[in-house]
Write a protein that binds this ligand. Structure first.
Ligand SMILES: Cc1cc2nc3c(=O)[nH]c(=O)nc-3n(C[C@H](O)[C@H](O)[C@H](O)COP(=O)(O)O)c2cc1C
Length: 179
C-alpha cells in the first residue's frame, strides 16, 4: 500500500474482530514507531505491549470507574457492559517515556507512524486518550511495567476492524502562504 493511500484511508477504528494479530505484524508496528524522528536522536519512547485480553478488559474497567466518578456523558456510557474504552481490541500498546522536554512529541510522532504501518497491514487502530484517566494510578501503571520516572503518553489499540469506517477527507487550514 502506498503511503498516500495509508494516510488517506486511515481512520480511528472502534470495532474489532476477535482475532489476534500475528507477532510478525506486531513487530512491524513497533519498528515503525522506532523509525520515527526524535529530538536530538534520543528516541525516548518505550513500548509496553499488551495482548492479554483479560488485562485489557481489567484496564478498561479501571478507566470506566474513573469516568463514572467524573460524571457527565462519559459516565453514562461507562455504565454499559461493552468496552467503550479499548473496543475489545486484541492489542494495546502504551507509549511511555521520561519527563524530558521533547518526549511527548517524540511519542506522538512514533504513534502516528505505528498507526499508518497498521493501516498498511490491513489493521485498524485508535489513539485512546481516555486511558490517561488512570495516568495518576501509579500502582496500576507500575504493575504494567511503567517506571516511577515515566509518564504515559500515547495509548494505542490495534486489531482487525469488524468494520472499516468510511474514508473521510479533510483539508489543511492554511493560515497564510508566503511566497
Ligand atoms: C490525542 C488523541 C486522543 C484521542 N482519544 C480517543 C479516545 O480516548 N477514544 C477514541 O475513541 N478516540 C480517540 N481519539 C481518536 C479521535 O477521536 C479521532 O482521531 C478523530 O475523531 C478523527 O478521526 P479519524 O482518526 O478517524 O480521522 C483520540 C485522538 C487523539 C489524537
Amino acid at each position: 500500500m502506498e503511503v498516500e493511500d495509508c494516510i488517506l484511508s486511515r481512520r480511528s477504528v472502534r470495532t474489532y474482530q476477535d482475532k489476534a494479530i500475528q507477532e510478525e505484524d506486531i513487530q512491524k508496528i513497533l519498528k515503525a514507531g522506532a523509525m520515527a524522528p526524535s529530538a536530538k536522536g534520543i528516541h525516548p519512547a518505550r513500548y509496553i505491549v499488551i495482548t492479554n485480553k483479560e488485562k485489557i478488559k481489567e484496564l478498561s474497567g479501571k478507566v470506566k470507574e474513573k469516568l463514572k466518578q467524573g460524571g457527565g456523558k462519559y459516565a453514562e456510557r461507562a455504565e454499559k457492559e461493552e468496552d467503550i474504552i479499548f473496543y475489545r481490541a486484541p492489542l494495546l500498546i502504551l507509549l511511555v517515556g521520561d519527563r524530558e522536554k521533547w518526549t511527548k512529541i517524540d511519542c506522538a510522532l512514533a504513534a502516528e507512524n505505528m498507526m499508518l504501518q497498521a493501516r498498511a497491514l490491513g489493521l485498524g487502530s485508535c489513539y485512546i486518550g481516555l486511558m490517561n484517566k488512570i495516568g495518576g494510578d501509579r500502582e496500576t501503571l507500575s504493575a504494567l511495567g511503567m517506571e516511577e520516572e515515566q509518564e504515559l503518553y500515547c495509548p494505542l489499540v490495534f486489531g482487525y476492524p469488524a468494520q472499516w469506517p468510511h474514508p473521510k477527507t479533510r483539508e489543511a487550514n492554511v493560515q497564510k502562504r508566503i511566497e
